[in-house]
Design a protein around this ligand. Structure first.
Ligand SMILES: [Zn+2]
Length: 104
């Protein structure tokens, strides 16, 4: 297979081929003891290989982006709750006013 497969950012549970990834420790002179993720089935081109330290940094960056999105979502919800409370107060006032009319 020579199709270039897209590797997403962060810690990947699966290789683009569909196989689960494994985490191993490098025993090379260049990177002794450095942990890495790789395809659990095929070790080669087009299959996942990623240094764990780099994957973790990417994962944290992706999580930080998600957190910003969640915080923004929360702010929107808070604003909506404030609006709903205002609407509810108005509705209660309208009901109170119309029930006074009915009693007269
Ligand atoms: Zn693979």
């Amino acid at each position: 297979m020579d199709i270039k497969m897209e590797m997403g950012p962060g810690i990947l549970r699966r290789c683009p081929c569909g196989a689960l990834t494994v985490v191993l420790t490098s025993k090379t002179k260049e990177n002794p003891g450095r942990r890495f993720y790789r395809c659990g089935v095929v070790f080669g081109e087009n299959h996942l290989f990623k240094w764990a330290d780099e994957a973790i940094v990417e994962e944290i960056e992706a999580l930080a982006e998600k957190q910003v999105a969640i915080e923004n979502g929360m702010l929107e919800i808070k604003e909506q709750v404030i609006e709903f409370k205002k609407d509810l107060t108005e509705i209660v006032e309208v009901i109170a006013a119309s029930s006074k009319h009915l009693r007269k």
